[in-house]
Design a binder for this molecule. Structure first.
Ligand SMILES: CC(C)(COP(=O)(O)OP(=O)(O)OC[C@H]1O[C@@H](n2cnc3c(N)ncnc32)[C@H](O)[C@@H]1OP(=O)(O)O)[C@@H](O)C(=O)NCCC(=O)NCCS
Length: 197
């Protein structure tokens, strides 16, 4: 894990995206039920490729344990008090990859294409910078076609392709694409950020 493990960004903060008021805040174990509720709204294609099955209470419990220990930092986007999406930064235990973290972003179907994934990713970048991380990876199956396009728009570059490396819920194997982003040089200020609202 990173030596400097304090998130300096202030939460919650709010902004309006396409006329919708969105609140960004850090996820806490008290959000477990809301996450399970959010997971139930996800389309079959997303559920097919979930890295961990967040429809299961046990999986969410493990996630919350990582949040408690600081190994995972998750930021939620809320619309009208409900989860619209989240981004998670997963830190590395291994000494020689302590400067690298994985970003996972998930936006609810109703909120896609509005720029929320980009905002959440920016939050993830800011946190990564606060923590002294240098490199962020994002992993997706090559069958998650739009995800690659989105991450390229966000500044990630394809770095590795691992054949038959992931297995979807239905037992089929798929190639895994690892994309990366160099945190050094990222500016911590996201446009339109208004704190404390
Ligand atoms: C990937 C995901 C997070 C994107 O969220 P989103 O809120 O729809 O993304 P945004 O609206 O912020 O779009 C971000 C950028 O990608 C572009 N984009 C959006 N959809 C796209 C698509 N289907 N193909 C290519 N580019 C696309 C946008 O134009 C935007 O680019 P810009 O910054 O140049 O304007 C969302 O689709 C999702 O949750 N997918 C399922 C989970 C997943 O695959 N996660 C990725 C692995 S961690």
């Amino acid at each position: 894990m990173s030596e400097a493990s304090t998130v300096r960004r202030t939460y919650p903060w709010g902004t309006t995206i396409n006329g919708t008021q969105v609140k960004f805040r850090l996820m806490t174990p008290a959000d477990s039920d809301a996450i399970l509720e959010f997971a139930r709204t996800l389309p079959a294609e997303d559920l097919m490729f979930l890295r961990t099955d967040i429809t299961q209470p046990e999986t969410v419990k493990n996630w919350m344990n990582y949040i408690k220990t600081g190994r995972t930092i998750s930021i939620m986007a809320e619309v009208e008090g409900k989860i619209a999406g989240y981004a998670s930064i997963h830190l590395n235990d291994a000494l020689w990859t302590r400067h690298v973290a994985e970003l996972r972003v998930l936006v609810g179907l109703d909120f896609r294409g509005l720029g929320l994934g980009k905002r959440l990713t920016n939050e993830g970048f800011g946190i990564a910078k606060d923590l002294g991380l240098r490199k962020i990876t994002a992993q997706m199956s090559t069958d998650q076609r739009s995800a690659r396009g989105v991450f390229e728009h966000l500044g990630f570059r394809p770095e590795a392709l691992l054949a038959d490396h992931v297995m979807s819920r239905d037992g089929q194997t798929h190639d895994l694409l690892i994309m990366s982003y160099d945190v050094v040089g990222f500016s911590n200020d996201s446009p339109g950020r208004s704190r404390g609202s």
